[in-house]
Design a protein around this ligand. Sequence first.
Ligand code: FES
Length: 177
Amino acid sequence: MASAIATDYTNEVKVSPEVASFSPEVLAEINAHVAKYPPDRKRSALIPLLLLVIHREHGYVDNAGVNCLAQKLEIQVQDVWETATFYSMINMHPVGKYHIQVCKTLSCRVRGEEEITEHICNRLGIHAGETTPDGKFTVSRVECLGSCGTAPMMQIGFDYHEDLTTEKVNKILDSLK
Ligand code: FES
């Protein structure tokens, strides 16, 4: 198997003019968020809306979702892209039930991130940036998650797992059903 960490996570997507039609419930929540801001400051709702769409729709924001949010906020599509692709917590494509984000930045890198990532990928039989065929796990290598003092670390869902060793990783993966 080629190095499991050869491929990095990317937010690459296909651009098209399609506009998402979110559920009435999500649209109502979008409108409620937008209403919190003055009409000329609607764009301030962008990050809350991106997170809302991710958590209430399919776990990610696609091109059609980006177009819809740009319309709702009356901003340029590229403004949505700039923000959405900057943050690794904004998924731009489908991810598994468990999205394992391993920090690859300096502190984690020098304290063994590559070994941890390779171990995870070997256990799951995928490369970084890929999802297991059963849709259960996605592995991504991301920038600093702000827990440098407990490197190496990873985030799964909303949970941080710190001071990682391969043994600790095994226990964590075994606990994920
Ligand atoms: S360098 Fe890994 S959490 Fe900051």
